[in-house]
Design a protein around this ligand. Structure first.
Ligand SMILES: NC(=O)c1ccc[n+]([C@@H]2O[C@H](COP(=O)([O-])OP(=O)(O)OC[C@H]3O[C@@H](n4cnc5c(N)ncnc54)[C@H](O)[C@@H]3O)[C@@H](O)[C@H]2O)c1
Length: 319
């Protein structure tokens, strides 16, 4: 009999791609989402599939335990995934990223689910002194509420794993790009260039260096890691062995749009409070499995730009 997995945040960018991937592998999927930033359109194919069941529920407000019955694995992706505006609505990160994770863990424990897969972030390293940053690096001071809330969630997950029979897989992603991408710098730049194609305002000095990973590579890495690592708590960085600065991204996007806007930098090494000037993760652990990304960063930026141009309705959304 095929296994049944539960995906929280199933209508989001990463969640909906994961659902499609798992359905293709013949698993049965229960998807939970409140559609706050997710979109049912991303589940268009999944909703037609006999192995997919969607429940529109709010993980914070609703009673969620009943959905976790007879589940073999939980992918917990639902979160407030927005880093930049964390300080404007401080309770959001605490509620959506910490309290919801606690609720998911309680539901897992009550229903004796044996595995949780958690989407954490490279932001947990704040402004690390170690580049590339290893999984076991000293944790510096947190620079964003988002990062702080993900560190807290990781800590709570590992404590549940140590205490109860729950194996955990914590993935610290760099920024993910690709089809159904709805938030981040490529989104903001294209949205702004569509409004005014003569000028682009950029936060920071444009020299911020970041690593990116294509969504398909991200999902493959997750699935390989679950098969290859078997500790109670498994923590892995996911990223490519390259990085690109913001100016480099702008060049690719403008070339793709055939635009030559005037670029106005707000200045400073950071675009906003909590923006890390350099994110580049050490990925030896995931690479030890033989996994290699199929897309390089420049291709990923191009694919994402093309996707957004082909799906301009996404640029008009409020969230
Ligand atoms: N996209 C990235 O670059 C990136 C990088 C690192 C980590 N992550 C993490 O990966 C996960 C998925 O990110 P994403 O980019 O797909 O974001 P997303 O906003 O597209 O997806 C999050 C989904 O969770 C749902 N959701 C939020 N709160 C909910 C609640 N209370 N109840 C039910 N559903 C709720 C949203 O509607 C949305 O569909 C998040 O945990 C995020 O922090 C993403």
């Amino acid at each position: 009999m095929s296994k049944t997995f539960l995906v929280t945040g199933c209508a989001g960018f990463i969640g909906s791609n994961l659902v499609d991937y798992l359905l293709e592998k013949n698993y049965k999927i229960i998807g939970l989402d409140n559609l706050s930033t997710g979109n049912k359109f991303f589940l268009k194919n999944a909703l037609k599939h006999k192995n997919f069941k969607f429940h529109k529920i709010d993980l914070l407000r609703n009673n969620i335990e009943k959905y976790f019955k007879n589940i073999d694995r939980v992918y917990h992706l639902a979160a407030n995934a927005d880093v930049r505006f964390g300080l404007n609505h401080r309770k959001k990160d605490i509620n959506q990223n910490i309290i919801v994770t606690y609720k998911v863990l309680e539901a897992i424990k009550k229903n004796q689910v044996q595995k949780i897969i958690f989407s954490s972030t490279g932001s947990v390293y704040g402004e690390s002194n170690q580049i590339p940053t290893k999984e076991n690096t000293f944790f510096p001071i947190q620079t964003s509420l988002y990062g702080a809330s993900k560190v807290s969630a990781e800590a709570i997950i590992s404590a549940y794993s140590e205490a109860f029979n729950i194996k955990s897989y914590i993935f610290r992603f760099v920024s993910i790009l690709g089809e159904r991408y709805t938030h981040g710098h490529v989104f903001d730049f294209i949205k702004n260039l569509k409004k005014n194609n003569n000028m682009l305002k950029v936060l920071g000095d444009g020299n911020q260096k970041k690593s990116y990973l294509h969504i398909k590579d991200c999902i493959e890495a997750i699935e390989i890691a679950i098969k290859k690592f078997d500790k109670k708590v498994n923590i892995l960085n996911l990223g490519t062995q390259e990085y690109l600065n913001v100016k480099g991204s702008i060049k690719i996007i403008c070339k793709h749009l055939k635009l030559k806007p005037k670029i106005l930098y707000s200045g400073g090494r950071r675009g906003w409070i909590g923006d890390s000037p350099f994110i580049y993760l050490d990925t030896k652990k995931i690479r030890s499995t033989g996994w290699r990304p199929k897309y390089n960063i420049k291709e990923s930026v191009k694919i994402t730009a093309k996707y957004l141009i082909d799906n301009q309705w996404l640029l008009k959304r409020k969230n």
